[in-house]
Write a protein that binds this ligand. Sequence first.
Ligand SMILES: Nc1ncnc2c1ncn2[C@@H]1O[C@H](COP(=O)(O)OP(=O)(O)OP(=O)(O)O)[C@@H](O)[C@H]1O
Length: 236
Amino acid sequence: MKLVLKNLSKSFEKKQVLKDITFEFEQGKIYGLLGRNGAGKTTLFNCLANELKADSGKAYLITDTEERELKVDDIGYVFSSSILPEFLTGYEFIKFYMDVNKDKIKDDYTINDYFELMKIKEEDRYRLIKDYSHGMKNKIQMLMFIITRPAVILLDEPLTSLDVVVQLEMKKLLKDIHKDHILIFSTHILQLATDLCDEIVALSEGELELLDHSMLKDSQFEEKLVRILKEESSNE
Ligand SMILES: Nc1ncnc2c1ncn2[C@@H]1O[C@H](COP(=O)(O)OP(=O)(O)OP(=O)(O)O)[C@@H](O)[C@H]1O
């Protein structure tokens, strides 16, 4: 399976944020999307998830049997800021989410099994989401894609707000499931990107550039990345 972007462009007034991007993401790899503040990472995710309409270009999902436009249902999107209904408890929301998505659920976990999986304590399950910490809300958002297992998983700075213990668990979880998915996450934490990712993609000057992954563990990698990302600001 592949996610293929073809000539994707998006501008806000005069600022062209995504410039005619053509790129392929493959199943079974974890992609780290790096870029400076305002580079367009969230805009790219929003266009893929249909939260924003791209000005031109399209995204396609290519499997062994078909090639078609990417659909909203193909995507699990963990937003950097929560989009959860604050007036529900975690339990109520996950129950509702499982009900409306029952056709997509392939495992036979109960709600509490899922909470256990995410290490969400029993006493927290029945509290209102509005009182959850940022990290807790993030865990609930992650639980959504764990439940429905969409083909493409987009995570916008997902692990930054999680404590170190949960961060480690999440990294393990992402590694466990990544074979079946196309997993792209944006981060500013270079260490996280190099720890977790098979590939690093830089978003700079509106374009995506796949960095040579053999450099991931190399000291030159950091230098090259900083050079690529700095070029953008010097051209502004
Ligand atoms: N709805 C919008 N209207 C106008 N400009 C926008 C809108 N959304 C994003 N932008 C602009 O597009 C550019 C890219 O923003 P985006 O949030 O995609 O960057 P980012 O790479 O996710 O940044 P960060 O790392 O700081 O989260 C920025 O200049 C931002 O101000």
